[in-house]
Design a protein. Structure first.
Length: 507
């Protein structure tokens, strides 16, 4: 199972690395899910509207052209028949005949009689008609052709009349029809653009509605990650979302149960260790009382045992304190104290009473509502950390912050790497260079307890770089007199129902 899990984690890391490389997945994978859904809806609407517009345009064009061509052919046959009847009279004037023919608006007549060409308009004559069509019709074959005359689309119909000895041509202008089709094309293009925009808007709206439950899940997950483990999802009447909410809640229940089980285990183990540890310390005290009577080798053994028992005792105390925080039994005993006096007393309790404390005039005399014991423990742990890993504390400062006050513990360095500035506050994390930074390794619980104590007060703690590679451990505490906001696991039990359950709205 462990090998399989390692392979899965390796595959996940490889996929994440591939996604981070340029050229893998392209720009499409860099877009958010909502943007991809919006673009997909927009492109889908564009393709669909463009297809429908194209089909509509070509269908309408073919229908209109077909109707117009049918009307033109019918009229041309009627006029050719009328010309044949009229030309039986030898006195018939051909030009007058062409002018008297009933033609469609925009049409002109041309007639070829025994090699002579006649037209009812000087703008359209023999040369205006395509030569191939002229030759074809004069040879006795009816023909029809689209062509362009002076930039204007035209349709010419040629009908041979062998019984009359002539060929009749009728030229029709298609300008009006072209304008109608252009207006239709513009209207369809505009409709396609509007449909595309509407598709993108609908895609944006639909993606927002679809992703809203995921946003609720994300916020609930962030809340749980922050320590409020009793937050749960309440799904709407949707089978898909109900399954998602149920799975999420089962995961959160399992996580809460595991954390509580581990917290109880840590608490039980720590309590069980106290009795034998007390016995060992008492027995060691007897040995230390007779230390001078022991051989030198035995004295060294007693000294080593004393150091390790003290370290062990400190670790058990830290574990008990952490277990109280995890199980929700940690309580604040708040006192109103002056911040400068608090820091001076904490420094003396930590054994660094001679370290200079610089107080900013803006916070001089400011009073805080804090648990003195826990703040003294915070300073003591930071001083102990500096002594073990950074050559000791050089100075302490008290600085103002928006709505808060900052207590800064500064040591000699070397500076903490940016990649470790968050992790050093994790439990049992002592850094990759801990073996080179001090004479002892510590327990890895001091800074995690600092974070827990500060969090109980509603504040925060972090480390930053100072001048000459020194470390600045900044403890920010709220400056108002209101009760601190609880952020531990047990505080979620007292949360309001609205904060404990998040509605999973359906789309």
């Amino acid at each position: 199972m462990r090998g399989r899990r390692l392979r899965v984690e390796s595959d996940v890391r490889r996929r994440q690395a591939d996604q981070g490389r340029p050229g893998r997945g392209g720009r499409w994978s860099q877009l958010g899910l909502r943007a991809r859904v919006t673009v997909t809806f927009g492109l889908g609407a564009l393709v669909l509207s463009a297809t429908m517009a194209g089909l509509t345009y070509f269908t309408a064009r073919q229908f209109i052209l077909g109707e117009r061509q049918t009307a033109i052919l019918r009229q041309a046959y009627v006029n050719a028949s009328l010309a044949r009847s009229s030309l039986r009279s030898p006195t018939q004037d051909v030009t007058q005949l062409l002018e008297n023919l009933d033609t469609l608006p925009g049409s002109l007549s041309v007639l070829e009689l025994r090699g002579q060409w006649y037209a009812d308009s000087p703008s359209v004559g023999e040369n205006a008609i395509p030569a191939k069509l002229r030759a074809l019709v004069v040879s006795g074959t009816p023909a029809i052709q689209h062509f362009v005359l002076d930039g204007s689309p035209q349709l010419v119909v040629g009908l041979p009349v062998p019984s009359g000895g002539f060929a009749y041509f009728e030229v029709f202008s298609l300008d009006e029809l072209a304008r109608t089709l252009s207006i239709l094309a513009l209207a369809l293009a505009g409709a396609a653009l509007v449909t595309t925009a509407a598709g993108a808007v609908i895609g944006r709206w639909a993606s927002g509605r679809a992703l809203r439950p995921l946003e609720e899940v994300s916020r609930a997950a962030e809340t749980i990650a922050g320590g409020r483990l009793h937050v749960r999802l309440v799904a709407a009447d949707d089978p898909d979302l109900s399954a998602l909410a149920a799975s999420f809640n089962r995961m959160a229940d399992a996580l809460l149960e595991r954390i509580e089980r581990e917290a109880r285990f840590t608490s039980d183990v720590s309590h069980e260790l106290r009795s034998p540890l007390t016995t060992l310390i008492t027995s060691l005290g007897v040995l230390e009382a007779h230390r001078d009577d022991l051989p030198s080798r035995s004295r060294r053994a007693v000294d080593l045992l004393t150091a390790e028992l003290r370290r062990f005792h400190r670790m058990v105390d830290d574990l008990l304190e952490i277990s109280r925080v995890d199980t929700g039994s940690a309580e604040l005993s708040l006192d109103e104290v002056e911040v400068g006096e608090l820091v001076h007393e904490a420094a003396q309790a930590a054994g660094v009473g001679r370290v200079p404390v610089d107080i900013d005039p803006a916070v001089d005399g400011l009073r805080l509502s804090v648990d003195k014991r826990r703040i003294e423990r915070v300073v003591a742990n930071l001083v102990d950390n500096a002594a073990q890993y950074a050559g000791g504390v050089t100075r302490m400062t008290i600085e103002p912050a928006p709505g808060a006050v900052r207590v800064v513990v500064i040591d000699r360095g070397p500076g903490v790497a940016p990649t470790e500035r968050e992790r050093i506050f994790e439990r049992f994390y002592r850094g990759h260079t801990s073996g080179r930074r001090g004479a002892t390794d510590g327990t890895g619980l001091g800074l995690s307890l600092v974070a827990e104590h500060v969090r109980l007060h509603g504040g925060r703690v972090w480390v930053e770089s100072g001048v000459d590679a020194e470390n600045r451990f900044v403890v920010e505490l709220p400056a108002h007199g209101e009760p601190p906001v609880p952020t531990t696991m047990d505080d979620a039990d007292g949360a309001s129902p609205r904060s404990r359950h998040r509605d999973l709205d359906g789309p």
